[in-house]
Write a new protein. Structure first.
Length: 183
């Protein structure tokens, strides 16, 4: 795009096309528009604000590197979501490799094990999401928070469709129960 052009009014598809030809100002505008959403998604997925910010930055850098592979600029939102989820999953795999003592098959926290004061306290959605197992949190966030279908989640994460459905159902049930108990 030409120098001095106000990109804040440009259509997202136009910005995507400009980024594909390595326009840094268009990239900065796309990041500006999508950073709040990206950081919120990463925070819901990982439950750690500092890590979420790092992962959001990493996802935007992957966007810059891989945007040439995006065939349809109108599909940018879904494509960027896949980049974000893949970034989260790759980080999770790296951490698992580094910290082998983390057992992904550990049972999720039992709400009965919480102290009475904490169980009776009002919990917000972020705290409730953090109590879910990592796979449940991922599937619930993508399904309810991002509006992805079970099939899309399966395709994006590589998890079997039945597993995705189970994680969404079980995670949603837990959230409902915890939120009702907190009310």
């Amino acid at each position: 795009m030409a120098r001095g052009v106000d990109l804040s009014q440009a259509a997202e598809a136009s910005l995507v096309l400009a980024v594909k030809v390595r326009d840094q100002a268009a990239f900065a505008e796309l990041v500006k528009r999508r950073q709040g959403w990206m950081r919120a998604l990463m925070r819901r997925l990982c439950g750690d604000a500092a890590l979420a910010d790092d992962l959001a930055q990493e996802a935007f850098m992957k966007m810059w590197d891989k945007i040439a592979n995006l065939d349809q600029p109108a599909a940018f939102g879904g494509w960027l979501r896949r980049v974000a989820v893949t970034t989260y999953l790759m980080d999770k795999r790296r951490r698992r490799a580094v910290f082998e003592e983390i057992d992904e098959k550990a049972p999720p926290m039992d709400e009965a094990s919480l102290p009475d004061a904490a169980a009776s306290a009002r919990v917000d959605l972020e705290k409730a999401l953090a109590r879910l197992s990592a796979p449940e949190r991922l599937c619930v966030t993508l399904n309810h928070g991002e509006g992805m279908s079970h099939g899309e989640i399966s395709e994006t994460t590589g998890l079997p469709l039945g597993t995705v459905k189970s994680h969404v159902q079980r995670g949603t049930e837990k959230l409902r129960r915890w939120m009702a108990d907190a009310a």
